[in-house]
Each structure stands twice: as structure tokens, then as C-alpha cells.
Design a protein around this ligand. Structure first.
Ligand SMILES: Cc1ncc(COP(=O)(O)O)c(C=O)c1O
Length: 287
């Protein structure tokens, strides 16, 4: 109770610095007291427009009434069961709905995970187990998370990887197309082919993981022909194509998944829904 009287951002920052490690960064020295739609109010009563949305995860804004109502109804029924121990129907229903939305005219399955990094890690595990191959190709400037495997996949050193190596082996980085840097689709595909020629044989590559729009990497849009040619290259060599849509999924580019716009159906895809991160959808085939 003592903490709830006369709170200021400065006082809370002082407590935060004493109690929480510096590794948990903070962009603004502001503490939120409440939020409605796109607006938030800090503990001193100052109003802001929330352009960050929890870093692009809050599609429906703060406290949308239908969502609040559904959450309240749910917590009145039961708390945590662990789906693997005691299942519940909403998990199945949501998986069915996402399967219907995900690109590809084939049977699909969805699992729900807590973070994007966890979704990416599981996609790599599934790809390795299914193909019995170990290598993975990712792209320069790509971002896939903060765990050691996902940092290994991330194609940008500062600020993500500095000081945290060594990273898991058998990860190779090809060039991502970037018009501003003069890297065309041809260059990017040639870069993948160069890895298959000079670093690892195609028959040992389990997966190629790609963001249809690089987010952390600078909002680089993958040309559709690049994604289509990557799909063809994967099919040619029995490599699984993984689309990391943690930042682009759930309608953030206008379609439910950004991959839909290229006409390419990956073998596995991750997205992220309001607040909680995301489901990994995969073809019905593996496992
Ligand atoms: C493309 C992409 N992949 C993976 C991640 C990791 O997600 P999380 O922070 O939930 O682990 C992010 C996070 O921003 C992301 O943008």
C-alpha cells in the first residue's frame, strides 16, 4: 500500500534501478497507470499516445472491452492446467481458426507458445527432427530472438549478439535483398547458392528461415520473386521453409500473414497475437 501513494516516474525509476538488472532495457522513463485504446496515462496523470503498442504486439489497443470481457469470463472458470495435462476446448478452437487462416492449401497444425524465440527454437527442432539434417540458413539483418539459438540465427551483431557468443553451430547467413544497399533478389538467391556450394551441402540443410518483412533489421520488404525462388530452392533440395512472422503476422501488413501476399506457403510459420506471442503453424506432414 505504501507504494501506491504519490507515485512519480522518478521515484519508480529509482526503485526499478535498485531492484531490476540493467539488461532489461527501458526506452522511456515513464510508468503507466492505465491505458485505453491508443492512449496511456502515466502515474503522474500525464496522457500519451502509445505509438509502441508493446513493440507492435497490441493490435487491438489497450483494454478493448470484448477482450477484457473474454479474459474475465475465462479466469472465473479455471486457472492454469497445463494443456498437456488437462486440455481445454478454446486451445483447440483457436488452433483450428489459425489453421484456416494460414497460407497453403494443405492440412495444418498449430501449437501455442509463450515467446517468439520459443516458436523459432521449436521450428528449428521440428525441422531437424523431421529432415534428420542439422544445418540452418538465415539472413543478414534478420532478427529471431534473444535465446542463444535465436541469437545465432539473428544476422546482426550490435546490439543483440555482442558479448554473448559462442552461438550454436551449423547456422549460415545469406544476404537478404535490400534495394537501398543494392542487394537484388538475384544477389540474395546467389548468396544462398554460394552457401550450398562453399559451406554446407544442400542435403545437410534442414531449414531456411526468413522474415517476409525484416522488422528489427530496418523494415526491409522481401521482394515476392525472392520468396518464390526461395520456395523453389527449398523444394528442389528437400529443405523446409520457415517464415518468421512474429513481427508481421496477425494482420500487421494487411493480410493475416504477410507471406500470403507473395503467394508462397512456407512449411512452418510463426505469428504473434495480442500481448502473448505466438503460435507456430506447420504443415500437417511433419510428426
Ligand atoms: C521477427 C522476430 N522474430 C522473433 C522475435 C522474438 O520474439 P520474442 O521477443 O517474443 O521472443 C521477434 C521479436 O521482436 C521478432 O521481431
Amino acid at each position: 500500500m505504501q507504494h501506491q501513494t504519490e507515485q512519480t516516474n522518478a521515484a519508480l525509476m529509482a526503485r526499478r534501478r535498485a531492484a531490476i538488472p540493467r539488461g532489461v532495457g527501458q526506452s522511456h522513463e515513464v510508468f503507466i497507470a492505465r491505458g485505453v485504446n491508443a492512449e496511456v496515462w502515466d502515474v503522474e496523470g500525464k496522457r500519451y499516445i502509445d505509438f509502441a503498442g508493446g513493440i507492435a504486439v497490441l493490435n487491438t489497443g489497450h483494454c478493448r472491452p470484448e477482450i477484457m470481457q473474454a479474459v474475465k469470463e475465462q479466469i472465473d472458470l479455471y486457472t492454469h492446467t497445463c494443456f498437456q495435462v488437462l486440455a481445454y476446448e478454446p486451445y483447440v478452437e483457436l488452433a483450428e481458426r489459425i489453421n484456416a487462416l494460414a497460407p497453403g492449401n494443405f492440412a495444418k497444425k498449430t501449437m501455442f507458445l509463450t515467446t517468439g524465440a520459443e516458436a523459432v527454437e521449436n521450428a528449428i527442432k521440428i525441422a531437424r527432427s523431421y529432415t534428420k539434417r542439422s544445418a540452418v540458413i538465415a539472413f543478414t539483418s534478420g532478427y529471431h530472438g534473444r535465446t542463444l539459438l535465436t541469437l545465432g540465427l539473428t544476422g546482426k551483431v550490435a546490439p543483440y549478439k555482442t558479448g554473448f557468443g559462442p552461438f550454436p553451430a551449423e547456422i549460415f547467413h545469406a544476404q537478404f535483398p535490400n534495394a537501398a544497399q543494392g542487394i537484388s533478389s538475384d544477389d540474395a538467391i546467389a548468396s544462398v547458392e554460394s552457401i550450398l556450394k562453399n559451406d554446407v551441402e544442400a542435403s545437410r540443410v534442414a531449414a531456411i528461415i526468413v522474415e517476409p518483412v525484416q522488422g528489427e533489421g530496418g523494415f526491409n520488404v522481401a521482394p515476392f520473386d525472392f520468396l518464390q525462388r526461395l520456395r523453389a530452392l527449398c523444394d528442389q533440395h528437400g529443405i523446409l521453409m520457415i517464415a518468421d512472422e512474429i513481427q508481421t503476422g496477425a494482420g500487421r501488413t494487411g493480410t493475416w500473414f504477410a507471406m500470403e501476399q507473395s503467394g508462397v506457403a512456407p512449411d512452418m510459420i510463426h505469428g504473434q497475437i495480442d500481448g502473448g506471442r505466438l503460435p507456430a503453424v506447420r504443415r500437417g506432414g511433419p510428426r
